[in-house]
Design a protein around this ligand. Structure first.
Ligand code: FEO
Length: 398
């Protein structure tokens, strides 16, 4: 089986089609891959590992490439356990391998696995340091907070291959091929936005700093830790990460997110959607915050430039699932969106007030139209308020 990506660089990663939710939070309808790579030179380097559950298959993948030879270096670009989980085990099989990382890498490694405690088993590198494997000349570039503080990338200057850690990664297991030019990539674009918005979304500024560090560097292959190896679509992938990290919407459109206990708030959401549609908005997506996993809502909020948020008053506060969504949006530092607000109550309204307060203190989105507040059910007057809000959103978007 041919596992070579380019001159003596091999794919040895695994697919996880078992896990339902990544990080215990984010659904995986297409699975996820944990990518790892071998640079098979005079010295052999293993780049990142995989989740521990997949160790037998992983070890077999490595042996298919190097047979009985020993690994000289294990390069750890990122310490999150989906990539570092096999470290302690791999060290048992390759005890002579030196682990390459930066100071923060080893602080985490000792805490997680008690590996790297002996100075002779590690090679600590700083930003810009190099390592020769024979023909392949590696350089390490620190890109903190993409996605953890210790994160770095490894650039093979010989083949212009970037081992990128989580950067440029996406959800979705690999179905046979591992290089983009050998597969249909259709599912990966949405899964890239969903991955970015769910996992890396908070770190727009560090991603921008990383992109600047890499600008001007010739890159022919991007070997991320999740998803396809990028070769044919490098330009598109870079542009996608640039846009996402700037929080620029992909296109104009309206994401209507609502909670509803007995259907009355949902009916208000329908009226807003209908009014926005009649006023010419084509891209409208609606999410019941209790039924759609917030993973998909966040992805749509990164995709479109406007949202309407509405929910019932609950326990003299905000409906819990909407409160949770507000926290998730706020936690990602999303910028530059237009916001419409609506809400409901039976005797004392709090929902609209709470969403407004959240916007004033946290999100700071551009408030569009007048918030619509319904009591018990839609009345002639509140129906008109919802229609006016939908129309105002449309005018603002278009
Ligand atoms: Fe795929 Fe941040 O770990």
């Amino acid at each position: 089986m041919n596992t070579e990506i380019t001159s003596n660089i091999h794919y040895v990663g695994v697919n996880d089609r078992h896990k339902d939710i990544f990080e215990g939070l984010w659904p995986l309808p297409y699975g996820v891959s944990y990518n790892s790579y071998i640079i098979n030179d005079e010295k052999i380097a293993l780049v990142d590992t995989v989740e521990a559950d997949f160790f037998p298959q992983y070890l077999d993948n490595i042996r298919q490439v190097i047979g009985d030879r020993q690994i000289d270096y294990i390069i750890v670009n990122h310490m999150e356990p989906d990539h570092s989980g096999s470290l302690a085990l791999i060290k048992q099989y390759y005890p002579g391998a030196r682990i390459v990382g930066n100071k923060k890498t080893f602080d985490m490694m000792r805490g997680y696995y008690h590996v790297g405690e002996d100075a002779s088993e590690i090679l600590e590198v700083k930003n810009g340091d190099t390592l020769s494997l024979g023909k392949h000349e590696l350089q390490f570039v620190l890109i903190p907070m993409v996605h953890w503080p210790e994160t770095m990338v490894t650039l093979d200057q010989t083949t212009h291959t970037l081992f990128a850690g989580d950067a440029f990664g996406c959800f979705g297991a690999l179905n046979g091929a591992f290089v983009d030019s050998h597969m249909n990539c259709d599912i990966y674009w949405d899964e890239m936005r969903r991955y970015y918005s769910n996992i890396v979304g908070k770190y727009g500024v560090p991603v921008q700093q990383a992109l600047k560090k890499l600008s001007g560097v010739q890159i022919d292959y991007i070997c991320s830790t999740h998803g396809p190896v990028w070769h044919e679509y490098i330009e598109r992938v870079m542009a996608e990460y640039n846009r996402l990290s700037l929080y620029n919407a992909e296109q104009p459109g309206l994401v209507i997110c609502y909670g509803s206990m007995y259907g009355n708030t949902e009916r208000a959401a329908e009226v807003i959607a209908r009014a926005a549609s009649e006023a010419g908005v084509k891209n409208i997506v609606m999410h019941d915050v209790s039924r759609t996993n917030h993973s998909y809502i966040l992805s749509d909020i990164f995709k479109y430039n406007a949202m309407v948020l509405g929910a019932p008053t609950y326990n003299n506060g905000l409906y819990p699932q909407m409160e949770s969504l507000l926290s998730e949006i706020g936690g990602r530092n999303i910028k530059g969106r237009k916001l419409g607000i609506f809400g409901s109550c039976t005797w004392a309204g709090q929902a609209v007030k709470k969403i407004k307060e959240w916007n004033e203190t946290t999100a700071k989105f551009e408030l569009v139209g007048e918030p619509a507040e319904i009591k018990q059910s839609l009345s002639e007057e509140t129906r008109k308020a919802c229609e006016a809000l939908g129309k105002a959103m449309a005018e603002s978007i278009l």
